[in-house]
Ligand binder design. Structure first.
Ligand code: NAD
Ligand code: MG
Length: 376
């Protein structure tokens, strides 16, 4: 479990605890929340834990670890555990670009990757898909929308799919006017109406950049043309996404919003297992409203579709610009409504290359992070 201390990581631990005879955590990794990492180690007794922030790791007294658990420190250890022969499945739940190399290492070793880290596909979609195909690695989505599409697609053949519809809760500012969006605070942006997630993806949900990244993720994961991907606003987050087939039939996956379900499915696929996830209350009314997203108030959506269409270096630049812009917003240094325009501008300024190497993508990642710093 790469990123065991985060929101997806903690939900994954609950999934494992629910099926102890099926799953066992071989390694857990965490960056700076090291007490949480040690606690997770005491709970699930892995063979190895990795603390990636060396300074924080060296300051801590690790005498509270279980006897059988070995501590490794630093980013290189992520690659070692992600490609270790005793590991069958790698849960990729590190946030942002920091999760790229370890996810690639897992695919290169032919593992099943339960992919929460959508940024990996946004940065290097074609390279990731190719690497998986070359080495027999398997990419199973954890992102709830993509898990829903993956599940719904089993109702037909991939050649019979005409389009997919990604649902979006619309985040906390779904009904905000453009003017209201200009005075949004960090606290308001971190208060998501239906999902409890890490800070970066919560801000992404508020700007709708999360949906932009998900359009790109869907494009590479399912080999779709961007014109086949739509977004609909669905405030209750119950329909996780829909697939339309060539006969006009639409197949959707529904459940109360609870990440433990898509996480477990990525681990158990093609089987389904009893899970700790919430169930519908069939005695209550459930809202299944779907409405088109407003492209004027949420320009991130058009940006996502554009980047999905371009491919090449566009995804890496968008992702890096967004990560850096969100970090600036969270530290009070960039207004909320400037996040998406800043990303748009950096994207326009970069020299596009349709077939970049991974090294080229990493150089552009650095460049885009620097560019964002000059924005107000
Ligand atoms: P989080 O912030 O709660 O957790 C992030 C994890 O990454 C932590 O374990 C942290 O230790 C680790 N990490 C952070 N920086 C690191 C670094 N430099 N090196 C190594 N490890 C580092 O985030 P989250 O909400 O759990 O999201 C994780 C990923 O899953 C993201 O890519 C997000 O887009 C995706 N995702 C999350 C949800 C959700 O419900 N939380 C849903 C769909 C997709
Ligand atoms: Mg999602």
């Amino acid at each position: 479990m790469l990123g065991a201390t985060g929101s997806i990581g903690q939900s994954t631990l609950e999934v494992l605890a629910h099926s102890p005879h099926r799953f066992h955590a071989w390694a857990l990794t965490g960056h700076s929340q090291l007490d949480q990492l040690a606690q997770a180690a005491r709970q699930s007794r892995p063979r190895v834990i990795v603390a990636t922030d060396p300074q924080a790791a060296r300051l801590r007294d690790w005498s509270d670890l279980p006897k059988e658990t070995e501590l490794r420190i630093g980013h290189e250890a992520l690659i070692e555990v992600a490609s270790h022969p005793e590991v069958d499945i790698v849960v990729a739940a590190i946030v942002g670009r920091a999760g790229l190399e370890s996810t690639l290492a897992a695919l290169e070793s032919g593992k099943r990757v339960a992919l929460a880290n959508k940024e990996t596909l946004v940065i290097a979609g074609p390279l990731v898909v190719e690497l998986a195909a070359q080495h027999g690695g398997e990419l199973i989505p954890v992102d709830s929308e993509h898990s829903a599409i993956f599940q719904a697609m089993q109702a037909g053949r991939s050649t019979e799919v005409t389009q997919v519809v990604l649902t979006a809760s619309g985040g906390p500012f779904r009904n905000h006017t453009r003017e209201q969006l200009e005075s949004v605070t960090v606290e308001e942006a971190l208060n998501h109406p239906t999902w409890e997630m890490g800070p970066k993806i919560t801000v992404d949900s508020a700007t709708m950049m999360n949906k932009a990244l998900e359009i790109i993720e869907a494009r590479w994961l399912f080999g779709l043309d961007p014109s086949q991907i739509r977004v609909m606003i669905h405030p209750s987050s119950v329909i996780h996404s829909l697939v339309e087939f060539c006969d006009g039939s639409v197949v959707a996956q529904l459940s109360p919003p609870d990440m433990r379900l898509p996480i477990q499915y990525a681990l158990s696929y093609p089987e389904r297992l009893p899970s700790p996830a919430q169930r519908f209350d069939w005695g209550a009314t459930t809202q299944l409203e779907l409405s088109p997203a407003d492209p004027d108030r949420f320009p991130a959506l058009a940006l996502g579709a554009e980047v999905a269409g371009k491919g090449g270096t566009a995804g890496a630049v968008l992702n890096a610009a967004n990560e850096a812009a969100v970090a600036r917003f969270l530290s009070g240094d960039l207004p909320f409504h400037r996040i998406v325009p800043a990303c748009q501008a950096v994207l326009q300024h970069h020299t596009f290359d349709p077939h970049p190497s991974l090294e080229h993508l990493m150089r552009l990642d650095q460049w885009a992070r620097q560019e964002i710093q000059s924005w107000r």
